[in-house]
Design a protein around this ligand. Structure first.
Ligand code: C2G
Length: 129
């Protein structure tokens, strides 16, 4: 079984996230999604509309997703890749090059983002701060 892992906040879930998760799953047979906790989002400087539990419940209901785990910090990726015996790390290409250090442990794939949509754009269009 080929295992894939990806990381993100996934707030205000939209079709850009779904495209990413679909393509990540297509790289293998089992997709793990590490969702940034509320505390980690503060470190990332991201203000979330939905709590970790709500974001977890939404992402868990997506057919491409097999397991959701918490993302607590920047440093856990190597541990996660080893612990879950991950074959492929995948993430949007807005992160291109940032996680090449994982190539020592697994394949690293940067997938094209869906350009026209983002949580930030949704908030702006809805005039949410
Ligand atoms: N994404 C995408 N297209 C969009 C928006 C997001 O492909 N229009 C992808 C991002 O590239 C990322 C995933 O969806 O792979 C989740 O996006 P975010 O929730 O914005 O995640 P981010 O804040 O980039 O967190 O340790 C890694 C970080 O936790 C990544």
């Amino acid at each position: 079984m080929k295992k894939v892992i990806t990381y993100g906040t996934f707030d205000l879930l939209h079709y850009g996230h779904i495209n990413l998760l679909k393509r990540a799953k297509e790289l293998g047979d089992y997709l793990i999604v590490a969702i940034s906790t509320n505390e980690f989002n503060e470190i990332k400087g991201k203000k979330c509309y939905f709590s970790y539990e709500e974001r977890k419940r939404l992402v868990e209901s997506i057919r491409y997703v097999d397991l959701v785990i918490p993302e607590n910090n920047w440093e856990q990726k190597v541990h996660d890749v080893k612990e879950f015996k991950v074959d492929i790390f995948a993430i949007g290409d807005d992160w291109k090059g940032k996680f090449d250090f994982l190539k020592e442990y697994c394949e690293v794939v940067y997938l094209p983002r869906t350009p026209e949509i983002s949580t930030t754009k949704i908030k702006k269009d809805l005039n949410i701060k």
